[in-house]
Design a protein around this ligand. Structure first.
Ligand code: SAM
Length: 260
């Protein structure tokens, strides 16, 4: 299986994402969804495309959306799009599109805002997808992306390296972490701004850590010996921190405006 097939299999439905979501829900002190919603500033009548919408948990959590927002959902997973649309029946969903984001099946200048949250590190070429986003935005429209900071959850990456020899975060950072994201956004959008979400998890239970690392790459393909190394590494880290591991959770939202 190549990386594209791996990503498609991982996100066939929301079950693996839900394990990560459970970890964050348990230990976060500041709601990421609320934090993002408070910074979207959506105007009335906005035509918004969400690229890589996933199961729609973010939109479901929103409480201040303009009533006349026209929301287009796009994801490469048919089950994700169906799940999102099923969850968001209270919103005006005008498109439900199942396709690879590398080619957006919309005419030029169709949207006021395009979001791509925590997904551009998965695509074959983030530059191509950003060009597509630029094309479908109206002049003056906004592209909003989110991704993990290089300072995000360093203990999770360290545990993955110790147990499995590598960490998915290294690939995330190389493909579309904050540094790369800022560079690619500045190459094609004006008024690029970065806003940083910072939380500090106090992780006092090894089980959610083990569950998360064993359901995301590379732990999702680990053999019994690898999983045993993971359990030991997590237990050792818990003991070294007297039972509570402080983990910085740091994510970035970067937005830019399409020039006229
Ligand atoms: C980490 S989830 C993020 C979901 C949602 N945006 C959020 O922030 O909660 C990544 C999503 O991107 C989708 N995705 C990955 N590669 C894609 C591609 N090439 N084209 C379209 N969607 C893709 C996955 O199917 C998955 O639903």
């Amino acid at each position: 299986m190549n990386q594209t097939q791996d990503t498609a299999a991982h996100y066939k439905d929301s079950s693996k994402l839900a394990v990560r979501g459970g970890f964050h829900a348990r230990f976060s002190n500041i709601s990421w969804y609320d934090w993002v919603e408070n910074r979207l500033n959506l105007p009335n009548g906005v035509r918004l495309l969400d690229v890589g919408c996933g199961p729609g948990w973010f939109w479901k959590s929103c409480t201040q959306l303009p009533a006349d927002m026209r929301l287009s959902l796009l994801d490469q997973s048919a089950q994700m799009v169906a799940e999102a649309a099923g969850r968001l029946t209270h919103l005006n969903i005008v498109d439900q599109v199942v396709t690879d984001a590398m080619k957006l099946p919309f005419p030029d200048e169709s949207f006021d805002i395009v979001t791509a949250k925590h997904m551009l590190y998965h695509v074959a070429d983030a530059s191509v997808v950003l060009e597509e986003i630029r094309r479908v935005l109206v002049p003056g429209g906004r592209c909003i992306v989110t991704t993990n900071s290089p300072r995000d959850l360093p203990q999770i990456a360290a545990l993955s390296r110790r147990a499995f020899g590598s960490a998915i975060d290294d690939i995330v950072q190389e493909r579309f972490g904050t540094v790369v994201a800022l560079d690619l956004m500045r190459q094609r959008f004006a008024d690029v701004t970065q806003q940083t979400y910072e939380d500090m998890y106090q992780v006092d239970d090894p089980i959610p850590v083990i569950d998360m690392l064993s359901t995301m790459p590379p732990g999702d393909k680990a053999d019994a010996a690898g999983l045993a190394r993971l359990e030991k590494a997590v237990q050792d880290m818990m003991v070294a921190h007297d039972g509570v591991i402080p983990m910085p959770r740091i994510q970035d939202m970067i937005s830019g405006v399409r020039r006229a």
